[in-house]
Design a protein around this ligand. Structure first.
Ligand code: SF4
Ligand code: SF4
Length: 105
């Protein structure tokens, strides 16, 4: 056996650190942006979405309606969408604009 070959240690020493841990937001890679929509006709202004958002993206206005002025912090976890009792909030990843195919400069 090659004496120089060092097996990975159980404590993580010598292991590759190329991939961030799940939920790690410290990476310098930009994370995707998300569009959050509230269907006002369905929303009963209960505040559940704001209470569940782990990033505090959703605040409530003076009437208790969700306000989305901090949506840039959204990680797309969809916790708000899953807990809304009225299906009144929707989170979708923003699609980057693709250059038109076959178009020459
Ligand atoms: S959880 Fe749904 S119904 Fe309640 S405030 Fe949020 S969007 Fe409106
Ligand atoms: S998807 Fe997650 S982070 Fe984004 S607004 Fe909803 S609960 Fe907050």
């Amino acid at each position: 056996m090659d004496q120089d070959a060092v097996p990975p240690k159980a404590n993580g020493e010598n292991l590759s650190h190329d991939s961030p841990a799940p939920g790690d937001q410290s990476s310098s890679k930009p994370h995707p942006e998300y569009d959050i929509s509230v269907f006002k006709d369905w929303c009963k202004e209960c505040g559940i979405c704001a209470a569940f958002c782990p990033q505090k993206c959703i605040t409530l206005d003076e009437n208790g309606a969700p306000a989305l002025d901090r949506s840039k912090k959204c990680t797309g976890c969809r916790w708000c969408e899953l807990h809304c009792p009225d299906f009144a909030i929707c989170v979708r990843e923003r699609q980057a604009l693709q250059p038109e195919e076959g178009k020459e400069d």
